[in-house]
Design a protein around this ligand. Sequence first.
Ligand SMILES: [Cu+2]
Length: 167
Amino acid sequence: MNQKTHGRILPVLAALLASSALIGCSGGSEAPQAVAKTENQSPLQVLEMPRTAAPEDARVYFINVQDADIVASPLTLQFGAENITIATAGSYEPATGHHHLLIDADLPPLNQVFPSDDNHVHFGGGQLETTVELEPGTHTLQLLLGDGHHVPHEPPVMSEKITITVE
Ligand SMILES: [Cu+2]
């Protein structure tokens, strides 16, 4: 009796599973892909990171450009730092960090690794200047220091966000 019942139920279950799998595939083919894409994009950036303490009076700034300047492209930018030592990425001495340049971008989350793309540039070699090519028009620039892990300090050491016009 039991075996007979099982014999009937199993094919029904199999049919149900097969149909639900089909529904799952045809109905949701786009949504699961989008989710997978987001998860793959930036696992590091989603991770919350501990922040290194910075001296309260530490500051970074652009040496050779200021807000409302009219400039030509390519543009060389010189990075200044006070009361904090510029080091290479991967060094974890207290009161050290390396520059990051934000181009036409808002501040990223401060408890995460600084992004890396055309608008978020790392200077992990401890560089104190760079040359950027910018389209004619207005652009914003900002410096944000990062620790050995590329995470902004606490408090964050950053310049004013300046707006420049490229001729
Ligand atoms: Cu960095």
